[in-house]
Design a protein around this ligand. Structure first.
Ligand SMILES: Cc1cc2nc3c(=O)[nH]c(=O)nc-3n(C[C@H](O)[C@H](O)[C@H](O)COP(=O)(O)O)c2cc1C
Length: 764
C-alpha cells in the first residue's frame, strides 16, 4: 500500500474500501452463513473417509480410471489373441495353451466387480455409492484373508512331548504350504473349546494323540476328553479329520486314547479324510510318523482349499528342495524373541530364582510353574553301596505346605540336568552362562529374566535323542558345508537307516552331537527355543498321611544303562536325586521342587470290607506301602468286617534290594497284611516273578475275585510285568470254578477295569 500524503488521499481510500466492504458483505455473508456450514463438515467427512480408505482419494480415482482403461485394452487384446491362435480343429497345442491364457485374462476382466453397475433391490447403484460399497467389500475380503473364519486345527494329546513335537511340524508345514500362519492353529486339546469344533470354525482337524498310564488321556487332554465322551448327536458334523495315534504295544490298552478319540469323532459326525495312522514305539515311530505327516498335510490342505475356494498350497515344493535332500522336516520358524540383558541388568538374576523357594499356597495347590520346595527330611539307601543298582528311600517334610495327599497319589519333581553336562555345553558354545535374557512370550516353563545356565540346567531337555526338527536347526547352524550336508542327509528320506542307527539306537545327547559335528554352533536362543522342555518326573507316594503325619515318602531306583553304542547313560532325575541324597547324608539342607499329581483311579477303596490284591514288584510296591498303612489305620478305627489283603512283591535278592521289608514284615506279623508273597528272582537258577507266585495261589485268588469281589491293583513295569500279570489273571479266571473261556475272562477283566475293581499304574 502506498503511503498517505494528504487528506484527499485518505478520503479516497475510505471510499474505495467502503465499496469493497459492501461488495464483500454481499457475497461473503451468505457464503459464511449457508455454504460454509455445509461444505466444511462435508469436506471433513470426505477427508476422514479417505484416511480410513473408505472412499478413494482424488489421486486414487485418477489411478482407477487409468487402470480401467488399461484393462479394457487388455480385454480387447485378449479377445484378439484368442481368435488368432485357436486352431479350428480344437486339438490341444502349445498355442492353444496361450490362447487359454488369453481367455482367462478375459474371464478375469469380465468377472471384475463393475463400479458403475452394482444393483441393489433391482435398482442399480452408481457412482460414489457403488464405489463405496466395492471398497468396503474389498476391505472385508482382505480382513478375511488375514484372519479367515475357517481355520485348520492341529491338536495334540501329549504327556511326554512326542505328540506335541509332531504336531508342531504338521502345523509349520501347513502354515508354510498355504502361505499363511493364520490358517492353522496349534493347540493342546485342553486348550480347544470343544464347541468350536464345527464346520464354520474348524472344518479341518489333524491331531496326534498318545496315551499315558493305563490307556489314560494325557494331562493336557483329560478335560477335553471327558467333555468329548459326554457329547452325543452329530455335534462334529461337517468336520473332517485325520489322526495319528502314538502308542506302545507292550501296554494292554494299546492306542486306547487315539482309538477312542477317533471313534468318538466319527460317532459325533466327523468325517475321516486320510489314513488314521498308528505308530508303535516297539517298531519305532519314525516311519509311520513321516508317512502320515506328509499325507495328512496334503489331504488337509486339499480339503481346506476346496472348502474355502482357495488355491495354492504346494506341499512338495518345501522340505529341502534347495538343499537337494528330499523329505526334510520343516525348518520351524523362531516364535519367541529374546532380549539380552546387560551384565548390570542381569546382576539380580541369581540361580534358584526360577521360582520362589518360599512360595506357599493357602490351598496347597502347586504346579510345575509354582512348585513347593519340600525339605528332604531323611534318606535311606536300600541297596548296599557296592551293589550294581541303587534304590533310595526319601522322606520329605510337608509341614506348612498345606499339601494333602492320599495313598495311591503321585507327585511331580522338577529335576535339574547334570551340572557337568551343562558346563561342557556352555564352554563348547563359548557362552557366558550368567548372561540373562527375557522373552517376548512364555517359553515352556521358563520364567524370565533367566540366565542361559539356568535355562539349560532347569528347563531344556539335553539328553533325549534329538528329534528331526531339532537336528534340522542344528544342521543350519553348521559352519562346515560337509557337516551340514551330513546332518541333512541323516534326517532326509534317504538317511532313514542312518537316523535309526545313529540317533534312535545310538541315543546321543546334545553334547555327543556337538562332538560329532564340531562346526555346529547354534545361537543360545535357538537352542533354548528348539530343545524340548525338561519334563517333570513322577513318583508314587509310599506313605499314608494319617500314619506319617506331615511327611511324604517315596522310593526310586537310580537309572543307569548302556546304549547299543556302548555309551553309559544316567537318568536325569534319579541321578540328580541321588546326588541330593549324598548331600543330605553329609548334613546339608536340601529342598526339592514338587507338586502333587492326585490319582483319580489308583486309590484305596473307601471301604475295607472287600478283599484287596496288590501286585507290585520293584519300586512298584511303593503305593502298596501307603495302602497297607492306610488300611491298618482304617482297621484300627473301624468295627466293620475286614476283607483279606494280599501283597505280591518281587525283587532280585533278599539281601540286596528288598524294599520296605521292615514295614511289610511288621504289618504281616500284626495281621494287618494277611498274605505277603515275595518272588526273589535271582536266588535260584530259575527266575521267579510275581506271576509265578500268583500261580501258586490261583485257586484262592480266583475265589477272591469271583466270589468276594476283590479289588486288584497292579503297579510297576508296563512293558513286561503288567502284561504277564494280566495274562495270569486271565488264566486264573479260566481255571477257576467258573471255568471261563479266554474271551469271557478277557471281558470280565475289562468290566472289572471299567468298574474300578482292577486298577493299574504302570510305566515303561
Ligand atoms: C507311563 C506311560 C504309560 C503309557 N501307557 C500307554 C498305554 O496305555 N497305551 C499305549 O498304547 N501307549 C502307552 N504309552 C506309550 C505312549 O503312548 C508313547 O510312548 C507315546 O509316544 C508318548 O507320547 P507323548 O510323549 O506325546 O506323551 C505309555 C507311555 C508311558 C511313558
Amino acid at each position: 500500500m502506498a503511503p498517505l500524503s494528504s487528506v484527499d488521499d485518505f478520503v479516497d481510500l475510505v471510499k474505495r474500501n467502503t465499496l469493497a466492504s459492501v461488495l464483500c458483505a454481499l457475497v461473503g455473508f451468505p457464503l459464511a452463513c449457508f455454504v460454509l456450514p455445509i461444505a466444511a463438515p462435508l469436506a471433513l467427512v470426505y477427508y476422514v473417509l479417505v484416511q480410513q480408505n473408505m472412499v478413494p482419494s482424488p489421486l486414487a480415482l485418477q489411478r482407477q480410471s487409468a487402470a480401467k482403461a488399461a484393462e479394457t485394452k487388455v480385454e480387447e487384446e485378449g479377445k484378439k489373441a484368442g481368435s488368432d491362435t485357436t486352431p479350428a480343429s480344437g486339438v490341444k497345442t502349445e498355442s492353444e495353451g496361450k490362447a487359454k491364457a488369453g481367455a482367462s485374462v478375459v474371464g478375469k476382466v469380465a468377472q471384475r466387480p463393475q463400479v458403475e453397475s452394482s444393483v441393489e433391490g433391482g435398482r442399480p447403484l452408481t457412482g460414489g455409492v457403488a464405489l463405496l460399497r466395492r471398497m468396503r467389500e474389498q476391505k472385508a475380503a482382505q480382513a478375511k484373508r488375514d484372519n479367515p473364519d475357517k481355520k485348520i486345527l492341529v491338536a495334540y494329546a501329549s504327556q511326554t512331548g512326542t505328540a506335541h513335537e509332531i504336531a508342531k511340524v504338521v502345523h509349520a508345514q501347513i502354515a508354510e504350504s498355504c502361505g499363511s500362519a493364520k490358517i492353522p492353529v496349534l493347540a493342546a486339546f485342553n486348550d480347544v473349546d470343544i464347541d468350536t469344533l464345527r464346520a464354520d470354525k474348524f472344518p479341518l482337524v489333524a491331531f496326534v494323540a498318545a496315551s499315558t498310564g493305563d490307556g489314560d488321556p494325557p494331562d493336557n487332554t483329560a478335560s477335553f476328553y471327558a467333555k468329548m465322551l459326554r457329547k452325543s448327536d452329530d455335534e462334529f458334523k461337517g468336520v473332517k479329520y485325520t489322526c495319528l495315534g502314538l502308542g506302545d504295544s507292550n501296554y494292554t490298552r494299546f492306542m486306547a486314547v487315539p482309538r477312542n478319540m477317533r471313534k468318538k469323532f466319527q460317532s459325533l459326525g466327523a468325517e475321516n479324510i486320510y489314513w488314521d495312522a498308528e505308530a508303535d514305539e516297539v517298531d519305532g515311530l519314525e516311519e509311520t510318523v513321516d508317512k502320515w505327516t506328509e499325507g495328512a498335510v496334503k489331504a488337509v490342505l486339499k480339503e481346506y482349499n476346496a472348502l474355502t475356494n482357495r488355491s495354492g498350497g504346494n506341499v512338495e515344493a518345501k522340505g529341502g528342495k534347495d538343499s537337494g535332500f528330499l523329505g526334510l522336516p520343516a525348518l520351524l520358524p523362531r516364535r519367541v524373541q529374546f532380549t539380552w540383558l546387560s551384565a548390570k541388568e542381569g546382576e539380580g538374576v541369581k540361580k534358584g530364582l526360577r521360582f520362589s523357594r518360599d512360595h506357599v499356597d493357602g490351598r496347597g495347590s502347586y504346579g510345575p510353574l509354582a512348585p513347593y520346595f519340600a525339605k528332604v527330611k531323611s534318606v535311606k539307601r536300600v541297596t548296599p553301596a557296592d551293589y550294581e543298582k541303587q534304590i533310595i528311600h526319601m522322606e520329605l517334610c510337608l509341614e506348612g505346605s498345606n499339601i494333602s495327599y492320599k495313598p495311591g497319589d503321585a507327585f511331580g519333581v522338577l529335576p535339574e540336568n547334570s551340572a557337568d553336562l551343562v558346563g561342557k555345553i556352555l564352554s563348547y558354545l563359548g557362552e557366558d552362562g550368567s548372561k540373562c535374557f527375557t522373552t517376548s512370550e512364555q517359553l515352556n516353563s521358563i520364567q524370565t529374566p533367566c540366565s542361559i545356565k539356568d535355562a539349560l540346567s532347569l528347563h531344556c531337555d539335553l539328553t533325549s535323542p534329538p528329534k528331526k526338527t531339532l537336528l534340522r536347526m542344528l544342521a543350519e547352524s553348521c559352519g562346515e558345508e560337509k557337516e551340514k550336508a551330513s546332518l541333512l542327509e541323516m534326517i532326509s528320506t534317504a538317511g532313514k537307516e542312518r537316523y535309526r542307527k545313529e540317533i534312535l539306537e545310538g541315543q546321543p545327547n546334545l553334547l555327543d552331537i556337538f562332538q560329532a559335528y564340531p562346526s555346529c554352533k547354534p545361537h543360545a536362543e535357538d537352542l533354548i527355543e528348539f530343545l524340548p522342555a525338561l519334563a517333570p518326573r513322577e513318583y508314587s507316594v509310599s506313605s499314608a498321611s494319617q500314619v506319617h503325619t506331615g511327611e511324604m515318602h517315596f522310593a526310586f531306583s537310580v537309572v543307569e544303562y548302556e546304549t547299543v553304542k556302548g555309551r553309559v547313560r544316567h537318568g536325569v532325575a534319579t541321578t540328580w536325586l541321588s546326588k541330593l541324597a549324598e548331600e543330605v547324608e553329609q548334613g546339608k539342607t536340601v529342598r526339592i521342587p514338587i507338586f502333587m499329581r492326585p490319582s483319580k483311579e489308583f486309590q484305596h477303596p473307601e471301604s475295607i470290607s472287600k478283599p484287596i490284591i496288590m501286585i507290585g514288584p520293584g519300586t512298584g510296591v511303593s503305593p502298596f506301602r501307603g495302602f497297607s498303612h492306610y488300611r491298618s489305620f482304617l482297621q484300627s478305627r473301624s468295627k466293620q468286617d475286614v476283607g483279606e489283603s494280599w501283597l505280591f512283591y518281587g525283587c532280585r535278592d533278599r539281601t540286596k534290594d528288598f524294599l520296605y521289608e521292615e514295614d511289610f514284615t511288621e504289618l504281616h506279623e500284626k495281621s494287618l497284611l494277611n498274605h505277603y508273597e515275595i518272588a526273589f528272582s535271582r536266588e535260584q537258577a530259575e527266575k521267579v516273578y510275581v506271576q509265578h507266585k500268583m500261580q501258586d495261589h490261583q485257586e484262592k485268588l480266583g475265589k477272591l475275585i469271583l466270589e468276594k469281589e476283590a479289588y486288584v491293583f497292579v503297579c510297576g513295569d508296563g512293558l513286561h510285568m503288567a502284561k504277564d500279570v494280566h495274562k495270569k489273571l486271565e488264566d486264573i479266571l479260566c481255571t477257576s470254578d467258573a471255568a471261563m473261556t479266554p474271551s469271557s475272562a478277557k471281558s470280565y477283566l475289562q468290566d472289572m477295569q471299567k468298574g474300578g475293581r482292577y486298577v493299574r499304574d504302570i510305566w515303561s
